[in-house]
Write a protein of this length. Structure first.
Lengths: 189, 733
């Protein structure tokens, strides 16, 4: 991590153009959530890790759209709880050198299934998510020197964010409000 | 004369001794009939069936029947002569049942109806009635279906909660709560501090989650609510119900008890305990069913009572609550009640009513069970002779698995038992044991062991050793140890392995046997003596000596000590400690029961050690009579033959050669015996019968030449030289 951060702040070599992460980014995220629902926390866990995948698309200047899907299955005493939050946030992220701080807001659709034996209960609820974080270019992908053409990967970034999900009216099921955190690796194309 | 009669009558007429395990509880149960005594034995893992089998009709005792209820519970039914009663007296390591003159005070219900408190502290079971029909479904805790939460819920009325003024609308009960109600109450719960308000909100949230099909979350709120304010009995019952649903039986039991303290209706508490009993076997199903049948007011409670009575073996008593329940229930509950009612009628021997109940059952989720019941009824109508024609259908059903698979396997086992095909019956029971763990606490393990013992005893009688050990290996599973009531199966298997030359396997089985006996505190020094000999056969002399030493600590009789001496003597001889070995065998010979064996062992040892004079003197007459027990057939005869050849006792050698050839079961012993006989005949000038002549080419070649009689072994004057008697070497064939 230290090596990555060092390389991120090292900048391009003399005579070399900086990398350009302004394209579409695919982000592999490791998330942690802490749920508001006390019963759910007591039965399963007050917080849990989720695996997620995000796609960040530049729309106009520093305005981006970040679509994220994540999933986790928990088991406790013969019952299984599955949660799958799907979010689509509009983010504002002005870039400063190799660092891009950003803030975002948007809707989240959180689906869940709890099953035990033959019975299962399913539901999904609408929520709003407020997110703030930053993306740091590692500088590990250097732009090609002319006359060589561009490769498919334009940059490799580290991403970190904190978020709060607040449930809204709409849908059926647990009010899955949560504090969220994520550490991810973004590949810009 | 009258004085003598009076004196005899005043003493007890007979004493029957039981040896249950130390933690066992032996209880004299109330009897429903004069001249009968029912004794319940609980938490027992000792094979007391052996004790009961050993009882004979003596003064006062007419008949004794032993019933293994499974799971460490057994019953003994005694029929005594007129004017006698049974008393139970506990000793240090045994229990005496004394049949004494007297009149029972009254005959009424088997035992008084238990209270909730008694059920919770543990009340003894009553013996199950034997089914009054040839074919029947799985019984007791092995029953394959039954009322469970959520198909059957506790009949709980909405509680009258004291809602503080101003909160009535916020905390009003909702018939069909939605997720929005849940969210609303959760928000409210996060803001209020008043314990009564928080208790009510937790109840509302728990009930909402229950109705939304989320028992775990429901249990969370009921549990939290139970610790605030004054929780109503309804909350505790709902908590118990949720606990039953998610398998937290300890919490369910605790909640049932708390509900009882909160003045829940007896029917509710007993229904709660009943559902618990159906899942865990505690409190006792039969007793809980009896109490619930009296207290039940709701149809679901009657259904639970009927099922409990069926599990407890009180089939007649189950009919009334099940009939009442079937009149009022519908859907899945009616299906359960109708099949249970059919089973109750069937077990009472009324096939027609049973059939009608099965027909009346709606097919909801127990279609497979209903198919097995239909098949059973048709087979009973068809008669025992035609049962084999149904086997393919039953076999197909058994392969389907699930509850109907278990029932089908049980049908197969019953058919095979009826046809005395013990091997097939054992196979069906073994398959049930492997595939359906729920049958392990029922009578199935006892049936499995019984079928195996029958089959193995039969094979042992016919000396079919290879089949015997195969059956044993299919039958025996270590967890069956607690159900063993007879060790004859192990003895037969161990001896069969030994006869097959598989010493290690024989030792393993004998170890199983001694482990079973040790686990119930019934170690047997005679079995330990045999274990020592098997250790020796498996070339573990040190372990053999350790076993003998341990056996000596337990030995209380002369026979036991002498048997251990024999084992020790043989081991020491094998280890080359000759003086100690012979001393041990001579010590054993002091006991008249073991004397013949001990002296024979001395003789065999002398032959092996080349002490031919002494060995032949000790064994000669015994060898001619019959093969020596516990030796490989023909081996000792061959040893003696070599000695006779060395001592130039021609006629004696020919007799021994004949015995070795006839008794041996391998191919080498007869060849060697013929070679030696031919040798003796040729060089001693004796006429050799054709069957004793060697066909060996090498012998024929060597016989062309004239050879002197081999010199006899150098012997000390006492004839006690220690060189083994090898005789002429084996002829290569």
């Amino acid at each position: 991590m230290i090596a990555l951060l060092s390389s991120a702040f090292a900048g391009p070599l003399p005579g070399e153009a900086p990398s350009d992460p302004s394209g579409v980014r695919v982000v592999l995220r490791g998330l942690v959530e802490s749920w508001d629902d006390p019963a759910l926390s007591a039965v399963y866990s007050s917080g849990t890790w989720l695996g997620g995948l995000g796609v960040v698309v530049p729309v106009w200047g520093p305005v981006l759209v970040d679509v994220e899907a994540s999933f986790r299955r928990l088991e406790s005493g013969g019952s299984t709880f599955e949660i799958a939050p799907l979010s689509a946030l509009v983010e504002f992220g002005p870039r400063k050198g190799t660092v891009e701080p950003y803030a975002g807001l948007g809707p989240t659709w959180t689906a869940f299934t709890e099953s035990a034996g033959d019975s299962s209960v399913q539901g999904a609820r609408l929520a709003a998510e407020l997110r703030g974080g930053l993306r740091v270019d590692t500088g590990l992908v250097r732009p090609p020197m002319p006359p060589a053409g561009d490769g498919p990967v334009r940059a490799l970034e580290i991403e970190l964010y904190l978020a709060r999900r607040v449930s809204l009216p709409g849908g059926e099921g647990f009010a899955l409000g949560a504090w969220r955190g994520s550490l991810g690796v973004a590949v810009a194309f | 004369m009258w004085l003598a009669s009076w004196l005899v009558g005043s003493a007890w007429a007979a004493t029957l001794t039981l040896h249950p395990s130390p933690e066992a509880q032996v209880v004299l149960l109330g009897s429903t009939r004069a001249n009968y005594a029912e004794i319940g034995v609980y938490h027992n893992h000792a094979p007391i069936g052996i004790d009961v089998k050993g009882w004979r009709s003596t003064d006062g005792l007419v008949f004794a029947r032993f019933v293994d209820g499974g799971g460490g519970t057994q019953f003994i039914l005694l029929e005594v002569e007129d004017g006698h009663v049974v008393e139970v007296h506990s000793g240090a390591d045994h229990v005496q049942l004394r049949i004494v003159p007297g009149r029972p005070s009254a005959f009424g219900p088997r035992t008084p109806l238990p209270t909730v408190e008694e059920l919770l502290t543990g009340v003894p079971s009553v013996p199950p009635e034997p089914p009054k029909i040839e074919l029947h479904p799985l019984l007791g805790s092995a029953r394959t279906y039954g009322p469970r939460v959520p198909v059957v819920r506790l009949a709980v009325d909405p509680p009258e909660l004291e809602v503080p003024s101003g909160w009535e609308s916020e905390l009003a009960a909702v018939d069909e709560p939605s997720w929005d109600d849940v969210k609303r109450w959760q928000k409210l719960l996060a803001t209020v501090e008043d314990p009564q308000l928080r208790m009510i909100l937790n109840y509302r949230l728990g009930d909402a989650h229950r109705l939304l099909g989320l028992p775990r979350e429901a249990r969370y709120y009921f549990e939290r609510g139970s610790t605030m304010g004054v929780p109503p009995a309804a909350m505790l019952l709902r908590r118990a119900e949720a606990g039953l649903m998610i398998g937290d039986y300890d919490d369910a039991r605790y909640s049932c008890l708390q509900a009882w303290y909160r003045d829940a209706r007896d029917g509710q508490v007993l229904s709660c305990l009943g559902l618990l009993s159906l899942q865990t076997g505690f409190p006792d199903p039969g007793q809980t069913g009896r109490a619930l049948a009296q207290a039940a007011t709701a149809p679901s409670e009657r259904l639970v009572a009927g099922e409990l009575l069926l599990r407890g073996g009180d089939y007649l008593a189950a009919i009334e609550p099940l009939t009442a329940a079937a009149r009022e229930l519908h859907g899945s509950q009616l299906e359960l009640a109708s099949i249970a009612l059919g089973d109750a009628w069937l077990l009472q021997g009324d096939v027609d009513r049973a059939h009608q109940a099965y027909i009346d059952a709606p097919h909801v989720t127990l279609d497979g069970i209903l198919r097995t019941r239909e098949l059973m009824v048709r087979m009973i109508h068809d008669g025992v002779r035609n049962w084999p024609s149904w086997v393919p259908d039953i076999d197909r059903m058994a392969r389907e698995g699930g509850p109907q698979g278990a029932e089908a396997l049980y049908l197969l086992a019953q058919i095979n038992e009826r046809y005395l095909d013990w091997e097939a019956a054992a196979a069906a029971y073994a398959a049930m044991w492997d595939l359906y763990p729920t049958v392990r606490g029922s009578q199935v393990p006892a049936h499995l062991l019984d079928a195996c013992t029958h089959r193995i005893d039969g094979l042992a009688r016919d000396s079919r050793d290879a089949e015997l050990v195969a059956v044993y290996e299919n039958c025996w599973r270590e967890p069956l140890a607690e159900h063993v009531t007879s060790v004859s199966m192990f003895e037969a298997a161990s001896r069969a392995f030994e006869r097959l030359g598989l010493s290690e396997d024989a030792l393993a089985v004998q170890l199983d046997l001694t482990t079973v006996l040790a686990s119930v505190g019934r170690e047997d020094p005679l079995q330990l003596a045999r274990l020592a000999l098997l250790n020796l056969a498996a070339e573990r002399p040190e372990e053999a000596l350790d076993t003998v030493r341990y056996g000596r600590l337990l030995a209380t009789t002369s026979v036991q000590r002498a048997s251990l001496d024999v084992a020790e003597g043989e081991t020491l001889l094998e280890m080359g400690r000759l003086e100690e070995g012979f001393a041990a065998l001579r010590r054993a010979a002091a006991d008249p029961t073991v004397r013949a064996t001990a002296l024979q062992r001395v003789g065999v040892a002398q032959l092996r050690l080349g002490q031919c004079d002494a060995g032949l003197a000790a064994l000669g007459p015994a060898l001619v009579g019959a093969p020596l027990p516990d030796t490989s057939p023909g081996d000792v005869e061959l040893l003696a033959l070599r000695c006779a050849v060395n001592l130039e006792r021609g006629p004696e050698a020919l007799v021994l050669a004949d015995l070795a050839i006839r008794r041996s079961q391998d191919e080498w012993t007869p060849k060697e015996a013929r070679w030696l006989a031919t040798f003796v005949g040729r060089h001693g000038g004796l006429d050799i019968p054709a069957e004793l002549r060697s066909e060996s080419r090498s012998w024929k070649r060597s016989a062309e030449k004239t050879r002197p009689m081999p010199p006899s072994s150098p012997r000390s004057p006492s004839g006690n030289e220690a060189r083994p008697a090898e005789g002429p070497s084996r002829s290569p064939n």
